[in-house]
Design a protein around this ligand. Sequence first.
Ligand SMILES: Cc1cc2nc3c(=O)[nH]c(=O)nc-3n(C[C@H](O)[C@H](O)[C@H](O)COP(=O)(O)OP(=O)(O)OC[C@H]3O[C@@H](n4cnc5c(N)ncnc54)[C@H](O)[C@@H]3O)c2cc1C
Length: 384
Amino acid sequence: MGYQEQITLINGERDLPYQRPPLSKAFLTQNLSPDDILLRPDRFFADANVRLLSGKRCVKIDRRERAVELEDSRRLRYDSLVLAIGARARSLPKSFGAIPHGVVNLRTLDEARFVRDALRSPKQVVIVGGGLIGLEMASTLSSIGCHVSLVEFHGRLMARSCSPGIAEAIEQLHRTAGVNVYLEAGTAEIHAMAGRLHGVTLTNGLRVETDICLFATGASPNIDLAHDAGLACGNGIIVDPFMRTLDPDILAVGDCTTFPSVQLGVPVRLECIQNAHGQAATAAATLVGAPAPYIVPPVFWSNQRLCKFQRVGFLDGVDLTVRREGEAGAFSLWHFSERRLRAVESLNSVHDQALARQLLVKQAPVTPEQVADPQYELRAALLN
Ligand SMILES: Cc1cc2nc3c(=O)[nH]c(=O)nc-3n(C[C@H](O)[C@H](O)[C@H](O)COP(=O)(O)OP(=O)(O)OC[C@H]3O[C@@H](n4cnc5c(N)ncnc54)[C@H](O)[C@@H]3O)c2cc1C
């Protein structure tokens, strides 16, 4: 098997393709160089017969001619086109007017370089957004001596990605580590002089002097290219379980897609590595004529210095949660819907989480009573 034809990879960024997860973690602590986070070394692309075009974005899809156009007006013909164009950080509120130097998003390597350079010596930092990325930055930056104020609009942290039980435990860890967490708060005013940030006033009236304010308020899928080409889009480019758009010659994968979830029975869009990898493998199988639907339950993780959070499955429709204790404060929450296992979240329980994933993939009949019993060997449920 394998794909013998020419593959062209249009990479809109000037850097070689890199991993994003380290950008909010180890990369900020100066321990890593951009080369350390590459997805593949430079020579890989030539060896794999992949023509890599970096630094020029694709600006148009001509479906009739089966061609794409780049920023520099080059046109490239395709037999099959895969859109893996990801998501972009949600733009900063227009009400703030011109965005001063020092107010940044963190989505790209260039933005991470800026943040890292700005934080060479310990500083006051304001982070807006208490989701996974905001919290990862908070734990990384507090570990290098920054004074971190984290501002979250909702009444709890990680409202999109975990249950309240996990959010409470994570909030406590951050507060104990010295992060000032402000819930039900936002940014009321951004203070700048000569185009440079020097302070932020929060909606709770608190003013924080800072020359860096990091916005981690979520991402929106890049759909413009697909939408302009007449492909169906909603909260993402709409694909079937084989990653095909409504045009059989165009597939889409990763953060930019909305796909039919077998587990939820509704279309969903996910922003996580496992989903991007899984969908890419599915699209590759479709392209080489060995299609198999994408059905694995989603897996999320977040490394936040003091804890490793992991989740497998969806939390929607959960009606019963069982807590299972691990060692040294580790625990996992097992979520059921009508007595069927639906999702498992854990803090520092890597072993339980690996088992949970296998149980969910296999749809093994593990019961709430078994999970609640500390003597019960979860592995046994896999044999049923
Ligand atoms: C700071 C940060 C930390 C994260 N941490 C985790 C984590 O711990 N665990 C986890 O599971 N997930 C994490 N994620 C999410 C994860 O990185 C994404 O789910 C994953 O990168 C999605 O891959 P993708 O290929 O779909 O999109 P992307 O990684 O966004 O890649 C899309 C690429 O397409 C390019 N592009 C867009 N439009 C065009 C165009 N018109 N022409 C050419 N190129 C274009 C973009 O520049 C980009 O390089 C994190 C994300 C960020 C930003």
